[in-house]
Structures are given as structure tokens and as C-alpha cells.
Design a protein around this ligand. Structure first.
Ligand code: GRF
Length: 193
């Protein structure tokens, strides 16, 4: 079973999944492996990590395509070269077209840095602080055509502390993301057995 992970930046969630797959020997225990890491940014830090771990990497510059649909079509063609059982969005900062989401319906996951349905969209930590929230967190969910809404697989909660900035809260949430995303991916793979 091939997992394809899409990133746009540092890819710390991708790295957490790769490390967990290695440590828990998903290849032997689940017949699953991270087959490719795909990014829309050639300078995504996560690409170097993937290469160091012997994982195929692909880069598609969305600016090279005339439309969102054309980019998504090229993206799907690249992804499908790796025959994915599961496609994982991990810090992938592109809104996907309904056609792309439909193509991977039921096998497309995302992690969002808030306790959905609260704070969908961007700048979630700043918004939680400004709203006076006492807790914040992250959500792993199935991706559907509507942004940040699909069925929830798991969540993690962290306290919002006095004096928190978006950065200090983001770091606290990210630590939890690195725990719940690999676990959610593993559970999804086990549910497909
Ligand atoms: C994180 O806030 C994550 O929740 C969101 O993208 C940010 C960076 O993730 N999806 P990563 O370090 O690139 O995995």
C-alpha cells in the first residue's frame, strides 16, 4: 500500500509520518510505505528530508499552469504514478478543485491547526488567541470538496496560555500534530486491511 504525501513547506508532519512508519515498521506490519513526497514548492524544506529517507520526490510549480484545474490534473497524474492507496495533505497550502477531491474521495486526509469546526481557514492560532479561547488544537479529517470540513478522524487539544503568541501556540499545537497524524494514518491503513 503506497502513501503519497503532499507538502508545501517544512513538512514536519510528513517527517513525523515517515519516522513513525520506519520506527513501527509499517512496511512489514501494514504492507504500507511512503512512496513519494510531492510539493508545489521547489524550495520546500521537506523535500530534502524525503530524499535523505530514500523517498521519491516530485515538484509541481502551480505557477506553471494556466488554471487550478490544469494544475490539479497534472498533480493527480504525478500522484497516480505512485499508485496511492492513501494521499496525505501535510502543510499543503493549495485549495484543491472538487474534481481532484472527488478523484481521491475516501482516501484523502488533511491536518488542520484548529479544533474544527472552529476556525477553518487561515491564521487559526491568532484567531483563537483573539477570541480568548482557553484551548486550541488540531484536527485530522477526510478531505471533501468544502474546505476544512470533512469527517473528523482525530483531534488534539492544547491549553492557550497567558502571553501566548500565534507562534508559541502554533509550536504547542504542532507537537501534538506530530502525534495524532501518524496515528490517524496508521489507523486508516489498518481499517483498510
Ligand atoms: C501546520 O500548522 C499544519 O497544521 C498545517 O501546516 C502547518 C505546517 O505543517 N497543515 P508542516 O510543518 O509543513 O507539516
Amino acid at each position: 500500500k503506497n502513501i503519497v504525501i503532499l507538502i508545501s513547506g517544512g513538512g514536519s508532519n510528513m517527517a513525523a509520518i515517515v519516522r513513525t512508519a520506519e520506527r513501527e515498521d509499517w512496511a512489514r506490519r501494514l504492507g504500507a510505505r511512503v512512496a513519494a513526497v510531492v510539493s508545489n514548492k521547489a524550495d520546500a524544506g521537506g523535500l530534502a528530508f524525503a530524499r535523505e529517507h530514500g523517498i521519491a520526490t516530485e515538484v509541481l510549480d502551480h505557477k506553471a499552469y494556466p488554471s487550478r484545474e490544469a494544475f490539479d490534473e497534472a498533480l493527480a497524474a504525478v500522484i497516480d504514478r505512485h499508485a496511492p492507496t492513501l494521499v496525505v495533505l501535510a502543510g499543503f497550502m493549495r485549495i484543491l478543485t472538487p474534481g481532484f477531491v472527488q478523484r481521491y474521495a475516501g482516501r484523502l486526509l488533511n491536518i488542520h491547526p484548529s479544533l474544527l469546526p472552529a476556525f477553518n481557514g487561515l491564521h487559526t492560532h491568532q484567531r483563537a488567541i483573539e477570541a480568548g479561547c482557553r484551548y486550541a488544537g488540531a484536527t485530522v479529517h477526510q478531505v471533501t470538496a468544502e474546505l476544512d470540513v470533512g469527517p473528523i478522524l482525530d483531534q488534539a487539544v492544547v491549553p492557550v496560555l497567558p502571553g501566548d503568541t500565534a507562534d508559541t501556540l502554533a509550536a504547542r499545537v504542532l507537537t501534538q500534530e506530530h502525534l495524532i497524524y501518524p496515528r490517524a494514518v496508521r489507523r486508516w491503513l489498518e481499517s483498510q486491511a
